[in-house]
Ligand binder design. Structure first.
Ligand code: GLN
Length: 540
């Protein structure tokens, strides 16, 4: 069985197409079908790796080291689809490939054009996933809004595939907005126009997911059905939920998955949604509450640390605790009169996430020192681990100028630095240590206890490493090297001695966390914060 489902968006951006696509994937998986996910991004960047988090949110990293759009993170949280370079298609990749072929003479004198050469390349990439072994249903999310110039070739490729596969083998799901104007009146016109726009391209949607604040009444859905030629059963009210993990259940209740299977002439199977129901139940009715202070530099933009927020929530679900996130701009901690006791008073744990560039670094060092001295649970991710090492070298080893060469090149104590062989690399795209690799954890460490395993695999995205020249000094001063690469050549994790729970990891555990199975470090960190919160309230 090889079925395609295209998910597009109309009216405006940020409607949650990614969540819609992921939720359909989750439902199909809950019925025992093998699902594959593809994200199409109509921008010219070859990948998301060179984009600022301010521009495009988090860069999600796959096992094979692709730097992709954050929607792939949602696919990873909602489905068990293996994610790699193949699951992320950008305009940049498509054109690069076609132009390289042209330069190599592969088109033999022909004129190279958007149709058919670009569209053929897009189709080839989609089919490479859809025709991979054992795949039942491939869900292809086309980024941007229908009507944008940029997405035209992708929509044309989708139209052709629907035509070639036949309507029973390739479906279109369109996500639109149904707003309420002042007075609360619900407006269907934007959706009517959005569907018309898709029809003009030659795609008749099979189903519509109508985004709105509150559930839409049947009358509204019937009206939209009659104006858009979409069967009533395929017009779904995708209203706002308390948690994104409730969205699959909302679609299930309205039988969207059963409708899509019927359209594809596929016999339905029993849906097992117990795990999703449990996730939603735990998010809505936690037994405890913790507050996590996240000290970073891209705090204004929620999407910049998307997977970190989600993974903290998963840690909460695993511990039956509600996680409240307090975003602390590290720059604010740097002011000479910053009231640290006030800022951290209600905080049960501190997390310093990944990041690039010098701004805000000193504030992170201040947060790490506060956590170390006050014995507050501390979790450092990538940059957050490097900060732990810098702080320790400065305060415990007494190297006041200890730094990372990413920020200060001239320090007499470069405790975090590039490897020799990296020093002359000038290119930016794809020149980091990227993707999944193995680490070996040391006995009697928080990381070993968290995973319960000596060998673990997590994903990396960084350039700098703990400097091996100072590793022995750091260890002599008490810093625990809690994990290394299997050959021992690189530090993968460190911990503070004599502290209840402090763990810094060079990799990004947030990328492998799922609501139904929290990453072990997030689970352990939140468990520790729950304990810290209990201790704190016992003291009061
Ligand atoms: N900027 C640091 C490095 O490149 C940390 C990267 C990160 O936190 N992802 O090593």
């Amino acid at each position: 069985m090889k079925k395609l489902v295209f998910v597009t968006g109309g009216v405006c951006s940020s409607l949650g197409k990614g969540i819609a696509a992921s939720s359909i994937g989750a439902l199909m998986e809950s019925r025992g079908f093998t699902v594959r996910m593809v994200k199409i991004d109509p921008y010219l960047n070859v990948d998301a790796g060179t984009m600022s988090p301010y521009q495009h949110g988090e860069v999600y990293v796959t096992n094979d080291g692709a730097e992709t759009d954050l929607d792939l993170g949602n696919y990873g949280r909602f489905t068990s689809c293996p994610l790699s370079r193949a699951n992320s298609i950008t305009t940049g990749q498509v054109y690069k490939n076609v132009i390289e072929k042209e330069r190599a003479g592969d088109f033999l004198g022909r004129t190279v054009q958007v149709i058919p050469h670009i569209t053929d390349e897009i189709k080839r990439r989609i089919l490479a996933v859809a025709e991979s072994p054992d795949t039942d249903i491939t869900i292809v999310e086309i980024g941007g809004t229908v009507g944008d110039m940029e997405s035209v070739p992708f929509l044309e490729a989708a139209r052709q595939l629907i035509h070639e596969f036949g309507r029973a083998n390739a479906l279109s799901v369109h996500v639109t907005l149904v707003p309420a104007v002042s007075g609360g009146e619900i407006k269907t016109k934007p959706t009517q126009h959005a569907v018309k726009e898709l029809q003009e391209i030659g795609i008749q949607p099979d189903a519509l997911v109508l985004r709105s604040k509150d559930p839409l009444e049947e009358g509204i859905r019937r009206k939209i059905s009659s104006f858009t030629n979409v069967e009533f059963e395929g017009v779904i009210s995708g209203y706002d939920c308390q948690t994104i993990y409730e969205v699959p259940l909302v679609y299930f209740q309205q039988k969207l998955d059963a409708f899509l299977l019927k359209k594809m002439n596929v016999e339905s199977r029993h849906a097992d949604l117990a795990a999703w129901r449990q996730v939603v139940e735990k998010v809505k009715h936690p037994a405890a509450r913790v507050r996590i202070g996240v000290v970073g530099k891209y705090m204004e933009l929620h999407d910049a640390y998307k997977s970190v927020w989600e993974a903290l929530g998963h840690g909460g679900i695993a511990n039956n605790a509600g996680v409240e996130i307090v975003k602390i701009d590290s720059g604010h901690l740097e002011a000479p009169d910053a009231d640290l006791d006030g800022i951290f008073a209600a905080i049960d744990g501190i997390l310093v996430p990944g990041g690039f560039g010098e701004r805000g670094i000193e504030g992170m060092v201040i947060a790490a020192r506060y956590a170390r001295e006050r014995k507050i649970p501390y979790f450092g991710i990538c940059l957050g681990m490097q900060i732990m090492v810098i702080e320790y070298a400065r305060d415990v080893l007494g190297w006041a100028d200890a730094h990372s060469t990413e920020f200060v090149k001239t320090s007499a104590h470069p405790v975090v630095s590039l490897l020799e062989e990296q020093i002359d690399v000038k290119a930016y795209g794809g020149t980091m240590r990227l993707g999944a690799s193995e680490s070996v954890t040391a006995p009697d460490t928080a990381i070993r206890r968290a995973y319960g395993a000596e060998r673990i695999v997590e994903r990396h995205r960084h350039r700098y490493e703990v400097a091996n020249a100072v590793r022995a000094d750091l260890q002599k001063a008490g810093l625990v090297i809690a994990a290394t690469t299997p050959d021992g050549s690189l530090v993968e994790a460190c911990e503070w001695p004599g502290h209840p729970w402090a763990l810094g990891v060079q990799f990004h555990p947030e990328f492998t966390s799922r609501p139904t199975k929290a990453n072990p470090i997030f689970k352990a960190f939140i468990a520790e914060c729950v304990e810290a919160a209990k201790r704190k309230s016992a003291k009061k």
